[in-house]
Design a protein around this ligand. Structure first.
Ligand code: GTP
Ligand code: SPV
Ligand code: MN
Length: 620
């Protein structure tokens, strides 16, 4: 029974107004935990140590409670299935708030609430919300323990699923805790599923497999470096280390401190010459980052090594180049579409010690999802827990079903993942899911032009967020839901970083794996064949390849991709690399409208790029 009976707000002890807020000056961790416990009234408080023993104990208890299904240990050792509430399957962007003190600092792309008003409302929701439950304290490090680019966080949660997920996704536990002293900055996260088991009068309520609350809030307080999340157990809403800290809060830190927090995969790319290149790529949610990060090149003698698949922190280094780390320690990847054919590296990564959420269960105790095999098993239990057969009309796995797995299980993991100083970037790539117009690959004319390209990225919506799949929306830098401040200021910050880097700046590219032909099928095979595009990008960073100049940037000569051998449809390769002026002029008109939404915050340099692009399209 998922209905939520609003609980009477319990009588609270006398506390000064605003006591629940995170005091940036006073970093007393124990005092903060005590205050949150006073507000939320758990039955007990447990400090998590991140040990193997803790994983075994907590997963075993969740299996007993019915929160997790243990998969067959011979097929999928130490692995579990969680089925969420059907209404708690993705990020809730319209319930996500940036509570900066000034509304204009949130900008038009974020929902804004006054921080004091938001806190007052949250205090009411969190009052007594952990009655009958355990309050877990999870200290963690984003980035290598003690690394120069790393940051510390502490999440309080009443969700054991969040605890074991954080133990995979971050360096969680004692080592991180040991670094937190009275003067250490750390980001505070308070999370509750909003499903207390006991009322203030002592009456009890039964737990459910996936407790959550129809009232949801994912709120950020950049001035306090704190995050409060209520009502959801889903990854992006509940694992506060990830989108809430490593992108929204970190982006505001990065603005103030001269670095970048980005929705980017990170790879090391090595070609036949043996020379390594580091590439970071930003695509919107469910648009191919995990797949590119784990790519197995079809091009002989090319190698991709994985460093990160979702988030990168970028910082100018002592030599003037831009250095990047993956601050996470796990992958929270899209399951549907993942197969031995599309992503064998992911398949090897998730062979054991993996939490699957909202996939289907096979009769022999393993997992399945659409695209895992070409023929579906004759019988499954679907992500809602119902019997499923190939004649069923609904998918067996939710389209946003995910796996949670340690980075270190990835067979193509680069040694550079351990490098706490990060890796120097040679190329930055932006992309989206575009059926038309956007070529397979193009290279920006300059950093400033590249920032323009990033700022104008649009993409068809996917199942990673609540809403209508397929709808085209602007998603600048793949960061629309993740920039924790004014988007216009964020563009200016990118331009400023370019000024700092000067001629040591990485080259900027745009890719699109999703262009479709007249019959609606993809023109490009994608996946391992994307190595042809990566190889071109690598050669371009060395500056030694002839290109075709188009109004939107340099594109490869068709022969440069070696794609004739692929047997593409007639004219497909030419179409993939063609810039049609008419629809691009339409894009420019839409960009003018889009930039206008940010008023004075839109940098003049981007307006200049727009008029130059329009001019190039008109004269060509
Ligand atoms: P988030 O974790 O949500 O940030 O997503 P992501 O960018 O890591 O996306 P992911 O790599 O998981 O890809 C999501 C979907 O895109 C899957 O269904 C993939 O099968 C599909 N996909 C990835 N790469 C390609 C490609 O090169 N071509 C095509 N056609 N589909 C792709
Ligand atoms: C995304 O939606 O971009 C994800 C999954 O990577 S989540 O962590 O839920 O945001
Ligand atoms: Mn993501």
């Amino acid at each position: 029974n998922h209905t939520f009976a609003p609980l009477p707000v319990p009588p609270l002890p006398e506390v000064p107004s605003g006591a629940w807020r995170h005091d940036v000056a006073n970093r007393d961790l124990a005092g903060w935990v005590a205050r949150i416990a006073l507000l939320t009234r758990p039955d007990e408080v447990v400090w998590c140590d991140g040990s193997e023993e803790e994983w075994a104990r907590m997963t075993a208890r969740m299996v007993d409670d019915g929160t997790l299904v243990r998969l067959d240990p011979t097929l999928r050792p130490s692995s579990f299935l969680a089925r969420s509430d059907p209404d708690d399957v993705a990020r809730v962007e319209d319930r996500t708030f940036v509570c900066s003190s000034r509304e204009e600092d949130a900008g038009p792309t974020n929902n804004w609430r006054d921080p004091l008003e938001m806190h007052a409302e949250l205090d009411g929701l969190f009052a007594g919300c952990m009655r009958g439950r355990t309050l877990y304290v999870v200290p963690y490090s984003m980035g290598p323990i003690g690394g120069p680019i790393s940051q510390l966080g502490v999440q309080i949660t009443d969700s054991p699923y969040a605890v074991v997920s954080l133990s995979i996704m971050t360096r969680a536990g004692d080592e991180a805790l040991a670094l937190i002293g009275p003067d250490t900055p750390w980001v505070a996260g308070v999370h509750s599923v909003g499903f207390p088991l006991r009322n203030a009068d002592g009456t009890r309520r039964d737990d459910v497999a996936w407790p959550c609350n129809p009232v949801k809030f994912v709120t950020h307080f950049p001035d306090e470096n704190s995050i409060w999340s209520f009502g959801s157990g889903y990854g992006g809403n509940a694992l506060l280390s990830k989108k809430c800290f490593a992108l929204r809060i970190a982006s505001t830190m990065a603005r103030d401190q001269g670095w970048l927090a980005e929705h980017m995969l990170l790879i090391k790319l090595t070609g036949p010459s043996g020379e390594a290149r580091h590439v970071a790529a930003a695509f919107p949610s469910a648009c191919g980052k995990t797949n590119l990060a784990m790519l197995e090149p079809t091009l002989p003698r090319w190698r991709v090594e994985t460093i990160g698949d979702d988030i990168a922190w970028l910082r100018p280094g002592p030599d003037g180049r831009l250095y990047a780390i993956n601050p996470e320690a796990g992958f929270f990847g899209v399951a549907p579409g993942t197969s031995e054919a599309t992503n064998p590296v992911a398949m090897a990564t998730i062979r054991e010690h993996t939490i699957f959420t909202n996939v289907a269960l096979t009769d022999d105790g393993d997992v399945w999802w659409e695209g895992k095999t070409s023929v579906a098993p004759a019988h499954l239990v679907d992500w809602r827990g119902n019997d499923w057969t190939p004649s069923s009309t609904t998918p067996a796995a939710h389209p946003n079903a995910r796996f949670t797995v340690p980075v270190e299980q990835c067979p193509t993991l680069s040694d550079d993942w351990f490098a706490s100083d990060g890796v120097p970037l040679d190329a930055i790539v932006f992309g989206g899911r575009r059926a038309t117009n956007v070529p397979l690959v193009s290279e920006a004319f300059s950093w400033q032009h590249g920032v323009f390209v990033g700022s104008t990225i649009s993409s068809e919506k996917t199942a990673a967020q609540e809403g209508t799949v397929g709808e085209l929306r602007r998603d600048p830098f793949g960061m629309l839901p993740f920039v924790g401040y004014n988007m216009g200021d964020y563009w200016q910050h990118w331009l400023d970083i370019g000024e700092t880097l000067g001629d040591k700046a990485p080259k900027i590219f745009q890719v699109n794996w999703f262009r479709k032909g007249a019959d609606g099928s993809f023109l490009w095979p994608g996946f391992g064949e994307n190595s042809r595009v990566l190889a071109w990008i690598a050669r371009r960073t060395a500056g030694n390849e002839t290109t075709v100049r188009t109004p939107i940037g340099f594109v490869p000569e068709p022969a440069a991709l070696g794609a004739r051998a692929l047997g593409l449809a007639d004219g497909a390769l030419e179409e993939l690399l063609t810039v049609h002026e008419e629809p691009w002029l339409d894009e420019c008109a839409q960009t003018e409208e889009f930039f206008g939404r940010f008023g004075a915050a839109t940098p003049q340099a981007l307006w200049d790029e727009l008029s130059e692009l329009t001019e190039r399209l008109t004269v060509s």
